[in-house]
Design a protein around this ligand. Structure first.
Ligand SMILES: [Zn+2]
Length: 437
């Protein structure tokens, strides 16, 4: 998920600070554990002190140095354990084969600067120039800017990215939810997709806004269901126009469960409390995914890309049944390296079985310092390359001093060249009608 994906209709605001209650709970939970340990160790410590007194009569040279006491009350957020494991390490500075990243938000460098005027736009272009420079070094041929917008905004993104940097960036068109109340919306939206294609869009992007935030009166009223019939002409149009639909539905399982000490992404939700959908006016995750799947089933001639491993990398068995049931479904890997990389044997089998339907994606967004797992910088991409190409063990899934999504590390799946080529670019090229990549 990215700032862009948070920015849909009624989407929650991003915050980098802990809410007071979560911060308090965090310290309360952890401090009580520390105190418990301290009580037991206190006896041992006192016993040790008595022993030390006995040693005091020995010559100074025989005395052992007293170890520094552990920092009392170490907060989880300050815990940065360094692995003592000695394991093979194969840095992967560039991808072995050319890459198409099907999930980025490069255009997020523009909006504030467009408003600010041309000198600021020159800075934005300078930033994109630098990005294309290291894309060459990393062997990233092309990226899709999914959040291209619609209408004038789409035209601007096509002009500023697609026309200016030929072959390096492409845009997708997004639905215009603010018109949903209009009686002619279904056909208008279908026609708008066609206009988007004519302008140069290569796909349709649907944010998680649909299902979670979009309501009958845009921001108020009943939630609009993902399989609402008003979108049927749009899904059909995408199929007829050969525009793949990149669809994000729901979010990680942990965002739909209680934010307590059992939640494996508790720290992340502390940093981003508005990412939790638990106990609020949101449908259950399973209901959202079922509605999305009904859309995919109802439009077999439309190609869908289930973003973030169809939003269920926690359960690759279930994603496998969807891929078996829906030949028009594809998936991509964005921002789910942490999930896939902690189950390397299952993930590798998944890649082998569905090698023609998995694409490389990262959710890369410029200057996303608060979400290092998708910060559009070389280090982030190089971790994906290492994970896909090597069998290295137990390494960070994001360039960060602390794992940002959960407290674990990942293991490479060492794909053979034949599968690597498909995942890096072949599958995306075929889906986008660019030949075999
Ligand atoms: Zn995204």
């Amino acid at each position: 998920m990215s700032a862009q994906e948070q920015a849909g209709v009624g989407a929650g605001r991003r915050t980098e600070s802990y809410p007071t209650c979560v911060r308090h709970d965090m310290h309360a939970c952890y401090t009580s554990a520390i105190m418990h340990n301290h009580k037991t160790s206190r006896r041992a410590f006192l016993g040790g002190t008595a022993g030390t007194a006995a040693f005091a009569i020995q010559p100074a040279s025989a005395q052992k140095p007293v170890p520094a006491p552990a920092k009392p009350g170490l907060a989880l957020e300050d815990f940065e354990p360094k692995s003592m494991l000695v394991a093979p390490h194969h840095p992967t500075p560039q991808a072995k084969y050319p890459v198409i990243d099907v999930h980025t938000h490069v255009s997020s460098v523009f909006p504030k600067r467009r408003a600010a005027g041309s000198p600021e736009m020159a800075k934005a272009f300078g930033q994109i120039d630098a990005i294309t420079g290291w894309m060459d070094t990393l062997n990233i041929r092309t990226t899709l800017n999914l959040t291209g917008g619609y209408g004038d905004l789409l035209n601007q993104n096509i002009s500023d990215l697609q026309d200016r940097y030929k072959g390096r960036f492409f845009n997708c068109v997004e639905p215009a939810y603010d018109r949903i109340r209009e009686p002619n919306f279904p056909q208008w939206q279908a026609d708008e997709i066609a206009r988007g294609k004519q302008a140069g869009a290569v796909g349709v992007k649907v944010l998680k806004t649909l299902g979670l935030y979009l309501r009958e009166n845009v921001g108020t009223g009943a939630l609009v269901k993902i399989d609402d019939a008003r979108f049927d002409p749009m899904w059909d149009a995408a199929g007829q126009l050969n525009l793949p639909v990149f669809i994000h539905t729901s979010d990680p399982d942990a965002f739909f469960t209680a934010v307590d000490r059992f939640n494996e992404r508790w720290e992340e939700l502390g940093h981003h409390p508005d990412w939790s959908f638990y106990g609020k006016d949101f449908p259950p995750k399973a209901e959202l995914l079922a509605a999305r799947n009904r859309v995919i089933a109802r439009h077999p001639k439309t190609k869908f890309v289930g973003l973030h491993v169809a939003n269920h990398p926690e359960n690759l068995d279930e994603v496998s049944t969807w891929l078996d049931d829906f030949p028009n479904l594809h998936v991509e890997t964005a921002a789910r390296l942490g999930e896939l990389g902690r189950q390397p044997r299952r993930a590798r089998a998944f890649f082998e079985k569905y090698q023609d339907r998995i694409m490389f994606g990262t959710d890369a967004t410029p200057s996303e310092a608060g979400t290092p797992q998708q910060d559009l910088k070389p280090a982030m991409f190089q971790i994906y390359f290492r994970w896909l190409e090597t069998l290295d063990e137990y390494f960070d899934y994001a360039p960060s001093s602390r794992p940002p999504q959960g407290r674990w590390r990942i293991y490479g799946i060492g794909l053979p060249d034949s599968i690597l080529k498909k995942v890096y670019s072949g599958n995306a090229a075929r889906l986008l009608g660019w030949g075999e990549g």
